[in-house]
Design a protein around this ligand. Structure first.
Ligand SMILES: [Zn+2]
Length: 305
């Protein structure tokens, strides 16, 4: 029998409990980095060849800590941080998570229960069902129509595209068959369609964020290299004033901006609510975590990989 149903049951409860303990507001972007600190753990990031992340439980001679690979993009760091936080919340011992693609494997049937539960925790923590529904509601939907909608939901929740497609099925918002089909869509094509032919991105791994469509969603994260598309009637003036957004072109009533940010830097761009929408939207520009590791505080992970 697959371990995943048990992993999901355990992880779902643990994620809900943590959300209540930490008083995390429902229906908004979850910040796993803040939750790690709120759980009393230290958070570090360091460039590594073969590492997603690691969890070090507190011991007599070491602090409790989570280490992330500084070379991952922001969404992967958020996912890995949530996975490692799962190891902590679920009482797992020291964990070192290797390779850079295990979280994106769709046929993850042979995972052991510890890894499966931490991975399920990451999904439930970043994407509780009510947050998926709230994000869909911002788009005027109760379920996604196509890959574009799934991608938009993933951007609002700060989760991966394929992870979001999968979790939409786990939460029974769409069928497994629909999720499998969506998972197979090439995300690069989705982004190319959103960008159109005129404005290629320097790094095609970065996201394309149609921010105007997310009006009413409290906080949307972006990282350097991401593309922001704004309807010229809403927010383009505000964006043009922001030093972290560089205008690359305009077409069909939309302005296209590239996000810039110094290493380790961050900026919040406050967008007023467009007509008819109540909540303000904040574009949170964050570069992926980079940070010195105080090696005397945690075991040397290079000995373990
Ligand atoms: Zn793990």
């Amino acid at each position: 029998m697959s371990r995943w149903p048990l992993a999901h049951r355990t992880a779902h409860l643990a994620a809900e409990r943590l959300r209540i303990d930490q008083k995390i507001a429902p229906g908004s972007l979850v910040d796993p980095f803040e939750s790690i600190k709120a759980a009393g753990l230290s958070l570090f990031a360091e460039p590594k060849d073969r590492l997603f992340g690691a969890y070090f439980p507190e011991s007599a001679d070491a602090i409790g800590a989570i280490l992330l690979n500084a070379e991952l993009d922001l969404v992967s760091q958020r996912h890995t941080a949530s996975h490692e936080l799962g190891h902590h919340v679920l009482g797992h011992g020291l964990q070192v998570d290797l390779t850079t693609d295990q979280f994106e494997e769709s046929s993850a049937g042979d995972w052991d229960l510890t890894e499966a539960t931490a991975e399920a925790f990451a999904a439930w923590f970043l994407m509780p069902r009510r947050n998926l529904c709230a994000a869909l509601a911002v788009l005027g939907l109760t379920q996604p129509v196509d890959a574009f909608d799934v991608y938009r939901v993933s951007l609002m929740l700060g989760s991966s595209y394929r992870g979001t497609a999968r979790h939409l099925a786990t939460t029974k918002i769409i069928s497994r068959a629909a999720a499998s089909k969506l998972e197979r869509v090439a995300l690069g094509r989705v982004k190319d369609r959103l960008n159109g032919n005129d404005f290629d991105q320097v790094d095609r791994r970065r996201n394309v964020i149609e921010l105007t469509k997310f009006a009413g969603w409290g906080r949307v994260i972006a990282e350097p290299g991401d593309r922001i598309i704004l309807d010229d009637e809403f927010w383009s003036d505000r964006a043009a004033e922001c030093p972290n957004l560089v205008l690359v072109g305009q077409r069909d009533g939309n302005s296209y901006f590239d996000v810039t940010c110094s290493a380790g830097g961050s900026a919040d761009v406050h967008m007023d609510p467009p007509q008819g929408r109540q909540a303000p939207t904040v574009l949170s520009i964050r570069s992926p975590l980079v940070g010195e590791v105080f090696t005397e505080l945690i075991p040397d992970v290079s000995q373990m990989v």
